[in-house]
Design a protein around this ligand. Structure first.
Ligand code: ZN
Length: 174
């Protein structure tokens, strides 16, 4: 059985030690991305081309996201598909409604688009951040999903259509 990291090191890398980027509005993310090629652009503000976990909230927060940030979506890019930048890009496409009625790319973006419409929320002022140095995105996504109260099926605030798939690494904690 191959283990990418042992259980102790995973436990040691607890939530308090993980590093979240500072949450920024969708508007701020887009303004930076669209400033590509100018002095106003910062590559550090783009999602990395790596694995990771990300969260969309209605309110800004410090340190790590909690329920008081009014979380609405939790997602990940894992080792099987370590394209955090592409996944967040797909989220933004569908958040903007740039999809056919049957051809959405990203369930979270699609659901957030509908949620914003239903609740008269301006999507530009949703807050987005991602977590770097995350030892196992699948475990972290599950932990965060529970900590933030879960989706509609669990009576929680997230628009995730279903609970994230459990981590398949046998030594990892639930
Ligand atoms: Zn795991």
């Amino acid at each position: 059985m191959v283990r990418s990291h042992d259980q102790k090191s995973l436990r040691d890398a607890g939530a308090a030690q993980m590093t979240w980027t500072e949450p920024r509005t969708i508007r701020a993310h887009l303004e930076n991305a669209l400033a590509w090629g100018t002095e106003n652009w910062s590559g550090d503000l783009l999602p990395p081309e790596s694995n990771g976990v990300y969260v969309v909230t209605l309110r800004p927060w410090r340190g790590a996201p909690t329920g008081s940030a009014k979380p609405r979506y939790v997602g990940k890019a894992d080792a099987k598909d370590p394209r955090l930048r592409v996944r967040i890009g797909e989220l933004l496409i569908d958040l903007a409604g740039y999809q056919g009625s049957l051809n959405w790319h990203h369930q979270g973006g699609h659901s957030l688009c509908l949620h914003c419409e239903a609740h008269d929320i301006n999507p530009l002022y949703l807050w987005l951040a991602w977590e770097i140095d995350c030892p196992c995105p699948a475990c972290e996504e599950n932990r965060l999903y529970d900590e933030l109260g879960g989706g509609e099926r669990e009576g929680g605030p997230l628009v995730n259509a279903k609970r994230p798939e459990r981590c398949t690494q046998p030594e990892h904690p639930e």
